[in-house]
Design a protein around this ligand. Structure first.
Ligand code: C2E
Ligand code: MG
Ligand code: MG
Ligand code: MG
Length: 291
């Protein structure tokens, strides 16, 4: 009887359309249109130096405000974009808009870097680096202040090809960062062979480090190995003051997380930058201010 009723359930289930699946299929078809219309927005989350307190940069995070579904998290639509190949158009759209913002930040006197997330599939475009340089020329920005974040998995899927692509980007002036560090299988000694400038310790280790000895040890070890390889180490996902203080004491370079600021739209970001400078004194002793 139990088997019969579960078969029945199965039959009913297969006749219905899985609402999540339905949404996924509809999103798949709409993403290209969303890029061309006004549904996508860039958000910015500041990164501050734990040595000087200065704002060093911001991570660019994509948001999709869908007319029917509302806010759709990137964790949901980026994988779709990757599977369909829309990720190429999407990443160029993101870069063009981020470069425009970068140019406007410079005009407003904010000398900060922008970090852009890049998918593994972007590296499959043999002309990726050339296209990025063209976009930078069009927006009249220098690639010295652009960081590209790649996950360990993106790099390790095809390491030889990744090395070639990363070298091209690096030669163009772009700094490269390994995102979500600690969640993949790459070793730091392997990373040493790649033109990597920075690692971002995954937020899953940072979030509990003030209370978890294991996580704290992992962060400490990553920091010391990263510094031995002359890498900039960023901690993401800092949600409270104790974690921030701990990372500062450990010698972590850059900090990002809700405790400092949430990701925000560009106008709020400009305002935040203005307010931040006004509130926190510049403790960089190199600048005398008599220029
Ligand atoms: P990610 O690159 O590791 O980005 C960091 C994520 O952590 C962001 O989520 C950010 O909002 C979130 N976050 C920042 N501080 C905190 C914190 O203190 N606590 C917690 N709990 N979370 C924090 P978001 O914006 O939802 O993005 C999720 C992922 O989607 C990103 O992870 C990245 O893998 C991907 N993504 C976002 N924007 C883009 C993009 O423009 N292009 C590509 N290819 N992927 C993107
Ligand atoms: Mg990232
Ligand atoms: Mg990350
Ligand atoms: Mg992630």
């Amino acid at each position: 009887e139990a088997a019969e009723s579960s078969n029945e359930k199965l039959a009913v289930y297969s006749q219905q359309i899985d609402p999540y699946n339905e949404r996924r299929i509809s999103l798949l078809g709409e993403l290209r249109h969303a890029i061309e219309s006004d549904q996508l927005q860039l958000y910015f989350q500041p990164q501050i130096s734990l040595k000087t307190n200065k704002v060093e940069g911001a991570e660019v995070l994509i948001r999709w405000i869908h007319p029917e579904y509302g806010f759709i998290p990137p964790d949901e639509f980026i994988p779709l974009a990757e599977r369909t190949g829309v990720i190429h158009a999407l990443t160029y759209w993101i870069c063009r808009h981020a470069f425009q913002i970068k140019s406007s930040l410079t005009r407003q006197g904010f000398d900060i870097a922008l970090s852009i997330n890049i998918s593994a599939r972007n590296l499959q475009d043999a002309e990726f680096s050339q296209k990025i340089q063209l976009l930078a020329d069009e927006e009249n920005i220098s690639l010295q202040d652009i960081v590209m974040e790649l996950t360990e998995t993106a790099v390790m899927t095809d390491p030889d090809h990744a090395l070639k692509m990363m070298s091209e980007l690096n030669e163009a002036g772009i700094r490269l960062s390994i995102d979500d560090f600690g969640t993949g299988y790459s070793s730091l000694s392997y990373l040493k062979r790649l033109p990597v400038n920075e690692i971002k310790i995954d937020r899953s280790f940072v979030m509990d480090m003030a209370t978890s000895g294991d996580d704290q040890l992992l962060v400490r070890t990553t920091l010391s190995m990263g510094h031995n390889l002359s890498l900039v180490v960023v901690a993401e996902g800092i949600e409270d003051a104790p974690t921030l203080d701990l990372l500062k004491a450990m010698g972590c370079d850059l900090a990002q997380g809700y405790h400092i600021a949430r990701p925000m739209p560009v106008d709020a970001f400009y305002k935040w930058l203005g307010d931040y400078v006004a509130v926190l004194p510049d403790i960089d002793t190199d600048s005398s201010g008599s220029a």
